[in-house]
Design a protein around this ligand. Structure first.
Ligand SMILES: Cc1cc2nc3c(=O)[nH]c(=O)nc-3n(C[C@H](O)[C@H](O)[C@H](O)COP(=O)(O)O)c2cc1C
Ligand code: SF4
Length: 464
C-alpha cells in the first residue's frame, strides 16, 4: 500500500489512530469500487465466507466491540440474542439516521468510504444469517443515499451482493431506505416501524427487542454505521488483536466529533480510553478560543448529562477509588458512566465561560419538544413544558420557583416512558439544574432580564 497522504489542512492529529476514517479526507481517494479494491477491499468478506458464520460472531465477541450508536452495547452479544431455534427470516438494519445533536461521523463514512460500510454489512449479515438488509438513511443526507446506491450497484456487479456471493451459496440484498427527517427514527424500534411504512412510534421493550421481535416481527439486528465498519477491521486484525486497541472493556477505536468553543472543532478517531478529555480539548482541538476558560462539556451527544469544568469525579482505578477532574476523564464508555454521564454517540460539545447555561438548556429543550413522537403522555406533555419553562427563563419572565417546576417536570418524564427518548430529553434539564442551579435562578432576576437574552452577557449579569 502506498504512503497515505491527506488533503492540506485535513491531516489527522498525531494522537489519532485511524481505522474507520483511514480514507476520509485522503488525497487521491474516491468512492469507486476500483479504488476500494486496489487496497484489499472486500478481501475480509472473501475470508469470512470461508468461515462458519458462528466463527465470525465469536471473533466480534472476542474483539469486545461496543456499539457506536449510543448505548455502547456489545455487538457480538447482541448478535447472539437471535433465538437459536429461529425459523423466521433474519434482517439486518444499518442505522444511518445520525440525528443526535453534536454527532457527525457516520455521514463521512457514507460520503467518502461507502464500500467499507457495505463490506462490513455483508460480513455481519453472513454472521447473523440475514439475507436482506436495509440502510436507513436520514432524509437530510440525500447525497449519502445516492453514493450508497451507486456502491451497492458496483458490489452487485462484482458478485459481493446478490445470489451466491463469490460462489459461497450465501445470498444477500441491501436496500437503501430514506427517512423523512425525524429524530425518533434513530431509535431502533421507531426506525423499524418507519421501515414498515408506519409512523415511527417506538415499541415497548420487552417484549420488542429487535433481535427477537424486530422488522415484521422477525429477528432483526440493528447496528450503527460505524459499528458495522469495525467488523471488517476485526476480521482483518482478528478479535484478540483488535481488543488490544483501546482499554479493557472499552476496546478499539472510535470517532469523536468535537463541536463548540474549541479552536479546531472536527472529527478525531481515537483509541477508546487512551485519550483524556483534557488531551482532546487542549491538545487535539487546540484549546479554547480567545483564551477563554472551560465551563462545561456535554460528552456524548446532546442527551448526555452535562459535566461541569470544576466538578470532581470519583472513579475506580483497579481496586482503589480515586478523585479526578474533568480534564482527566479518559474518553471511554465506563469512566464516562462512572462520572455520571455517557460516552453515547461520541459527540463532544464544549462550552466556554461565555456561555449562558439557561440559553444552552433552552436550545436543547426546544429540540426535544419538537422531536417527541407524542406517543406517551409524560414525554409529549413534559418535553413541551420543559421548553416553555426554559423559554420563560431566557426571556427573563421566570420566577425562581419555575426552575424547581422545570426540574420536577424532568423527573416526571425520566423512567416513565416507552422509549429512551424520555431519558434523553430529561437528562439535560436534570443535569443543568443540578449543576448550574445558581446561574439559572440568577437568571430569573427581573432587573437582569435584558442581559439574560444575550448568552454572552448573561453570566456577568448573574454575577458569575
Ligand atoms: C431517541 C434516540 C435516538 C437515537 N438515534 C440514533 C441514531 O441516530 N443513530 C444510531 O446509530 N443510533 C441511535 N440510537 C440508538 C439506537 O436505538 C440503537 O441502539 C443503535 O442503532 C444500535 O446500534 P449499535 O449497537 O451499533 O450502537 C438512538 C436511540 C434513541 C433512544
Ligand atoms: S418517550 Fe417520547 S419519543 Fe419515546 S415513545 Fe414516548 S413519546 Fe415517543
Amino acid at each position: 500500500m502506498s504512503q497515505i497522504t491527506y488533503k492540506a489542512g485535513k491531516e489527522p492529529h498525531a494522537r489519532e489512530h485511524r481505522l474507520i476514517f483511514k480514507n476520509v479526507d485522503r488525497e487521491g481517494w474516491d468512492t469507486s469500487m476500483d479504488k476500494y479494491m486496489s487496497e484489499g477491499g472486500y478481501d475480509q468478506l472473501k475470508k469470512a465466507l470461508t468461515w462458519e458464520p458462528k466463527a465470525v460472531t465469536d471473533e466480534v465477541k472476542k474483539s469486545g466491540l461496543r456499539g457506536r450508536g449510543g448505548a455502547g452495547f456489545p455487538t457480538g452479544v447482541k448478535w447472539g440474542f437471535i433465538p437459536p431455534n429461529n425459523t423466521k427470516p433474519v434482517y439486518l438494519i444499518c442505522n444511518a439516521d445520525e440525528s443526535e445533536p453534536g454527532t457527525f461521523k457516520d455521514r463521512y463514512i457514507m460520503h467518502q468510504d461507502p464500500h467499507q460500510l457495505i463490506e462490513g454489512m455483508v460480513i455481519s449479515c453472513f454472521a447473523v444469517g440475514a439475507k436482506l438488509a436495509y440502510i436507513y438513511v436520514r432524509e437530510e443526507f440525500p447525497e449519502a443515499a445516492k453514493i450508497l446506491e451507486t456502491a451497492i450497484g458496483e458490489a452487485h456487479k462484482k458478485g459481493f451482493l446478490g445470489k451466491n456471493i463469490q460462489g459461497s451459496g450465501f445470498d444477500l440484498e441491501i436496500y437503501v431506505h430514506r427517512g423523512a427527517g425525524a429524530y425518533i427514527c434513530g431509535e431502533e424500534t421507531g426506525l423499524i416501524e418507519s421501515l414498515e411504512g408506519k409512523r415511527p412510534y417506538p415499541r415497548i421493550k420487552p417484549p420488542y427487542f429487535p433481535a427477537a421481535l424486530g422488522l415484521y416481527m422477525c429477528p432483526t439486528i440493528v447496528n450503527n454505521v460505524e459499528s458495522l465498519c469495525h467488523v471488517k477491521h476485526i476480521m482483518e486484525m482478528g478479535g484478540d488483536e483488535y481488543a488490544k486497541l483501546g482499554t479493557p472493556r472499552n476496546t478499539g477505536t472510535r470517532i469523536v466529533g468535537v463541536s463548540g468553543d474549541v479552536v479546531n472543532p472536527g472529527y478525531y478517531e481515537i483509541e477508546v480510553g487512551k485519550v483524556t478529555m483534557g488531551e482532546l480539548i487542549n491538545d487535539m482541538c487546540g484549546g479554547l478560543r480567545n483564551g477563554r476558560r472551560l465551563k462545561a462539556v456535554i460528552p456524548g451527544g446532546s442527551s448526555a448529562k452535562v459535566l461541569r469544568a470544576d466538578e470532581r469525579f470519583k472513579i475506580k482505578k483497579g481496586d482503589e477509588e480515586v478523585e479526578i477532574g474533568i480534564e482527566d476523564i479518559p474518553m471511554d464508555f465506563d469512566t464516562m458512566m462512572a462520572c455520571g454521564s455517557m460516552a453515547g454517540s461520541g459527540g463532544v460539545i464544549v462550552m466556554d465561560d461565555s456561555r449562558s447555561m439557561a440559553w444552552v438548556l433552552n436550545n436543547l429543550n426546544n429540540f426535544y419538544a419538537h422531536e417527541s413522537c407524542g406517543q406517551c403522555t409524560p414525554c409529549r406533555e413534559g418535553s413541551l413544558w420543559m421548553k416553555k419553562l426554559s423559554d420563560r427563563i431566557v426571556e427573563g419572565n421566570a420566577s425562581p420557583e419555575d426552575v424547581d417546576t422545570l426540574e420536577s417536570v424532568a423527573y416526571q418524564i425520566d423512567g416513565k416512558t416507552i422509549c429512551a427518548f424520555g431519558e434523553a430529553s430529561s437528562w439535560p434539564t436534570e443535569s443543568f439544574i443540578s449543576k448550574f442551579r445558581d446561574e439559572l435562578i440568577a437568571g430569573t432576576d427581573k432587573e437582569k432580564k435584558d442581559s439574560i437574552k444575550n448568552p454572552v452577557t448573561a453570566l456577568a449579569a448573574a454575577g458569575l
